[in-house]
Design a protein around this ligand. Structure first.
Ligand SMILES: NC(=O)c1ccc[n+]([C@@H]2O[C@H](COP(=O)([O-])OP(=O)(O)OC[C@H]3O[C@@H](n4cnc5c(N)ncnc54)[C@H](OP(=O)(O)O)[C@@H]3O)[C@@H](O)[C@H]2O)c1
Length: 340
């Protein structure tokens, strides 16, 4: 089988295409024939990081495909199942940039009938992060379902990003009033297509006023990609007992926030990291996301607010570069044909 590997960290040029034997799944593991591999910022960041824990690593956490073998003790996943996977390369060297990958059964989730592999490969990192961001609040729901966020206002900073896109879709599905911020008219179109009820441009000195015009009592939950730039604005527009779920360090590694209004409003600054948030949060996310997929509310593609940019497996390095340089939407790799 074909696999993309790297044996030392660095620029995307460390990635190379190799031929390997197809591995057999061990007890509790599942082998997936990968159809589509999804690329996220975490994949190029890991590749360009300081070190790797294995002799070599196949990159990419996300993907979708078909189960083609299961190990002993696996009874909830069957050969032939269409699935999406998450954290494929976390704590293991077996990402999705290869024709067959091995994962623990609990990182393999059924893809509902009619949901495409392009959707499946776009879920893991973005939607699970968005789910966590929408469910870690003092007075908000710990699970998402229709009406779970009814009567709540959610502000998604960066509504045309991959995580932002998933946050809009999940929050709208759950009944929230969703405000998204974007940096251009083209991105505004995408955030609207994702379902945001209100889309505002940044930077804008009057942004806080515009948000309060929509949410006079403040926003209850903020999904924050850039606390370094937005912390003060977030505190300005947050409601009493509101929470700011921050998941990235875009445009700055440190943030300051005004203290008095933060405590006066009982603000919760809630960090989150997919790798460390815990298996209970992972399983809650996979269950709720599966329900959202069954309801057909997580489409991808330009008309759904998430343009897709495709690469063949051989061009995985270019796919990583596309994500690193900020390609809008989702970068996907065609690994094999759907009906191989
Ligand atoms: N903690 C976790 O577990 C976790 C999980 C997933 C992703 N992440 C991290 O989250 C970040 C985003 O990931 P992604 O896949 O969504 O990337 P992406 O698709 O590139 O989206 C990033 C978005 O952030 C927007 N943005 C940047 N500065 C902003 C600001 N000041 N206000 C509002 N929006 C702003 C960008 O818009 P403009 O370019 O137009 O400004 C862009 O739309 C990455 O750093 C990634 O590593 C963390």
């Amino acid at each position: 089988m074909k696999a993309i590997v790297y044996s030392g960290t660095g620029a995307s040029s460390v990635l190379s295409l190799v031929e390997r034997d197809i591995p057999d799944p061990g007890p509790g593991d599942v082998r997936v024939r990968v159809v589509v591999s999804g690329v996220n910022p975490t994949d190029w960041k890991a590749r360009s990081g300081t070190s790797i824990a294995f002799p070599d690593v196949v990159p990419n956490q996300d993907g979708a495909g078909v189960v083609d073998a299961v190990g002993d003790g696996v009874d909830d996943v069957r050969v032939g199942d269409r699935v999406w996977v998450y954290l494929a390369a976390h704590g293991r060297p077996t990402g999705t940039a290869q024709e067959f990958t091995i994962l623990p059964a609990d990182r393999v989730v059924q893809l509902p009938e009619g949901v495409g592999f392009d959707v499946g490969a776009s879920i893991g990192v973005p939607a699970m992060t968005a789910h966590r961001a929408l469910t870690v609040h003092e007075h908000g729901p710990s699970r998402l379902a229709p009406d779970a966020l009814a009567d709540r206002v959610v502000l998604v900073q960066g509504g045309a990003g991959a995580v932002g896109h998933a946050a809009i879709q999940l929050a709208v599905w759950a009944g929230a009033t969703v405000i998204a911020t974007v940096s251009s008219d083209a991105k505004a179109e995408l955030a609207r297509a994702a379902g945001a009820h209100h889309v505002l441009r940044y930077p804008d000195d009057a942004l806080a006023d515009r948000i309060r015009e929509i949410a006079s009592d403040g926003v209850h939950q903020i999904v924050e990609v850039s606390p370094a730039q937005n912390a003060a604005l977030d505190v300005d527009v947050i409601a009493n007992h509101g929470s700011i779920a921050y998941y990235a360090n875009n445009n700055g590694d440190e943030f300051t926030a005004p203290i008095n209004p933060s405590y006066a409003k009982n603000v919760r600054w809630q960090g989150l990291l997919l790798y460390t948030m815990g298996s209970a949060a992972h399983h809650a996310a996979t269950e709720d996301i599966s329900a959202a997929l069954r309801d057909g509310v997580l489409p991808v593609g330009e008309s759904a607010g998430l343009p897709l940019t495709w690469f063949p497996l051989e061009e995985t390095a270019a796919a990583h570069d596309a994500v690193e340089t900020g390609t809008t939407g989702k970068v996907l790799i065609r690994v094999s044909e759907e009906d191989a």
